[in-house]
Write a protein that binds this ligand. Structure first.
Ligand code: DX5
Ligand code: ZN
Length: 225
């Protein structure tokens, strides 16, 4: 398991996205791009044209988190816009396997996101079709919400499943991940950490990424692979 940090631009200055991304090059592993449509979540952010512009503006790989209805229809357009990973919500998709296959066939990694109320068990069979599982640690829709520690058993369940299977999956957590919560996520088995306000709300975002990474690395159980 190696720690990866994915700062979420939801907490960045949307008028200066290129500059905000650049400050994290060489420090962050991904740029997490939250796509919201006013339907799946009660908030609206950005779509594929902005992803396309970000792709040209930064060398950071883009991790698109689709919080939209009908991802079956739209997911591939985010790959075409330049996303290296496209994650969509299980609750919103009609056919999670077909959508994962379409994302991979278009050339990106595929991620499956679970809202807090969605059980891991309902999706374990489809996980071989994915490269990443996103366990939401807040209700999707807004940055700056309180971390839901009660999601840690779901993370641990996913990690146990991986140890007993051949699936090669990253386990991402998103929502309320900060200096005081990243360690319990790492201990539970997460290895990709999204952080919005904890990075872009910091005086020095690049330093905040480094500090988060160090905390997660020291918390990962020894011998974890
Ligand atoms: C919430 C988004 C998150 C959000 C996290 O629906 O998916 O990526 O930006 O923000 P923080 O880290 O502030 O909770
Ligand atoms: Zn997100």
């Amino acid at each position: 398991m190696s720690v990866q940090i994915a700062p979420s631009i939801l907490s960045a200055d949307f008028a200066r996205l290129a500059d905000e991304a650049k400050t994290l090059e060489g420090t962050a592993d991904w740029l997490h791009v939250d796509v919201m449509d006013y339907h799946f979540v009660p908030n609206l952010t950005l779509g594929a044209p902005v992803v396309e512009s970000l792709r040209k503006a930064t060398s950071l790989p883009l991790d698109c988190h689709l919080m939209i209805d009908d991802p079956d229809r739209w997911a591939v357009s985010y790959v075409e816009a330049g996303a290296a990973n496209v994650t969509f919500h299980a609750e919103a998709a009609r056919d999670v396997v077909a959508t994962a296959r379409a994302i991979r066939a278009a050339g990106a990694r595929a991620g499956l996101a679970l809202k807090p109320a969605t059980a891991f068990d309902d999706y374990r069979e489809v996980l071989p079709e994915f490269d990443m599982l996103l366990v939401m640690t807040v209700e999707p829709g807004f940055g700056g919400q309180a971390f839901m520690a009660e999601m840690m058993p779901k993370v641990a369940q996913a990690r146990r499943f991986l140890r007993d299977s051949d699936a090669q999956l990253w386990i991402q957590v998103d929502g309320g991940v900060a200096a005081d919560t990243i360690e319990i996520c790492a201990r539970a088995g997460a290895d990709v950490f999204v952080a919005g306000s904890a990075v872009f709300g910091a005086h020095d975002p690049a330093r905040a990424v480094t500090a988060l990474r160090e905390r997660a690395q020291t918390a990962i159980p020894s011998g974890a692979s």
